[in-house]
Design a protein around this ligand. Structure first.
Ligand SMILES: [Zn+2]
Length: 110
């Protein structure tokens, strides 16, 4: 079911915060949670973080965290474990979503 865009955006703004699940390994699971982010961690190395695209298009966004990656993202957790990402996420092609994730909230750029 696809919700209208304004509903999804209001939910991003006022709904529950997004959490972070950690999986063991270097890749994201096939079955991604609906809202939460997933961090793929092997040993003490964080490989990538991912989430379902918050626009509702269904695609899985995968962002590399390893130092050698280009582009690479930084994942930060606040005291209550809410994830932030730096820089913003800007998808080329498809839905072209552009947003920041700050403390478990998607903040749209358009
Ligand atoms: Zn999308």
């Amino acid at each position: 079911m696809r919700l209208p865009r304004w509903v999804r955006r209001a939910w991003d703004k006022f709904g529950p915060l997004r959490g972070l699940k950690v999986v063991d390994g270097d890749s994201l699971p096939l079955n991604m949670p609906r809202r939460d982010l997933v961090l793929a961690r092997e040993g003490d190395e964080d490989w990538c973080v991912g989430m379902r695209c918050p626009c509702g298009c269904g695609r899985t966004i995968e962002l590399l965290l390893i130092r050698e990656a280009k582009p690479k993202w930084d994942l930060m957790l606040d005291a209550s474990g809410r994830p932030s990402l730096k820089p913003s996420v800007w998808l080329q092609g498809g839905c072209r979503s552009h947003f920041w994730l700050r403390r478990g909230r998607v903040e749209w750029c358009d």
